[in-house]
Design a protein around this ligand. Structure first.
Ligand code: MN
Length: 234
């Protein structure tokens, strides 16, 4: 270590698997869109006329397909939110909607795991959302597929089952803000760059999940993702 520029060993680079290859996609930042499907906004009791908003998760919160998510601490209401995830190969500021898809490398299925009790408490106290959204292992993501292979999905079933029972069952066509619009809006707030991924919001049917549950997700034309909710860490 004496020759290293770092005083401690640098942290591992978080990355997503790429379907059908041994290569991976390095992740820089994880952004998430709030309230992007009408029926989910209604089930959360929110104003359906509000524009979407953004929050973030740490890149090291990613859990790969087939992984186990330890039931997180300080919650009694862990919820699943299945979402289309967009991975960027380039970025910039103030990206035009018409040019936004030029920055997309590919897509995968993800779950925005949420400590709903802590998120709602934060919301009501007007405090930040990190404790509800940005915890360890809160971002399971399946293998990416390249846009050059599958195109840019704008419709198709997005669904999540828990122990084989359908909980969430929507369609990408129900997205209020499209992927290009999301990229354009987010790039007005922060500079986007290669390695950024965006979780694009969840359809209705979010619900509690507990230790032992097997969550299986699918987006037509994009892929699948399965994770197990495990026992809490000691
Ligand atoms: Mn979400």
């Amino acid at each position: 270590m004496t020759d290293s520029q770092y005083v401690i060993a640098p942290p591992a680079q978080p990355a997503l698997a790429v379907a059908g290859t041994r290569q991976t996609f390095p992740v820089r930042r994880i952004w998430c869109v709030g309230r992007n499907y009408l029926e989910h906004i209604k089930e959360m009791g929110q104003d359906t006329r509000e524009p979407p908003f953004f929050f973030a998760k740490p890149a090291d919160a990613i859990v790969p397909d087939g992984g186990t998510v330890p039931y997180p601490p300080r919650t009694k209401d862990l919820h699943h939110e299945v979402e289309l995830v967009v991975a960027l190969k380039s970025g910039g500021r103030n990206i035009a909607t018409a040019k936004a898809l030029d920055h997309v490398w590919g897509y995968c299925v993800g779950i925005d795991l949420t400590r709903r009790d802590l998120q709602i408490a934060s919301r009501e106290l007007k405090r930040p959302w990190e404790v509800g959204k940005a915890f360890d292992a809160s971002a399971p993501c399946g293998a990416l597929r390249a846009a050059s292979e599958i195109g840019h999905p704008a419709k198709g079933r997005i669904a999540l089952t828990c122990n084989g029972k359908v909980r969430q069952d929507g369609d990408l066509a129900q997205l209020i803000w499209s992927v290009p619009e999301i990229i354009a809006q987010l790039s007005e707030i922060v500079a986007l760059d290669a390695g950024d991924i965006i979780m694009t919001g969840t359809p209705a049917g979010v619900a509690a999940t507990v230790a032992g549950d097997k969550l299986a997700c699918e987006i037509a034309g994009v892929g699948t993702l399965s994770v197990t909710i495990g026992q809490p860490l000691k």
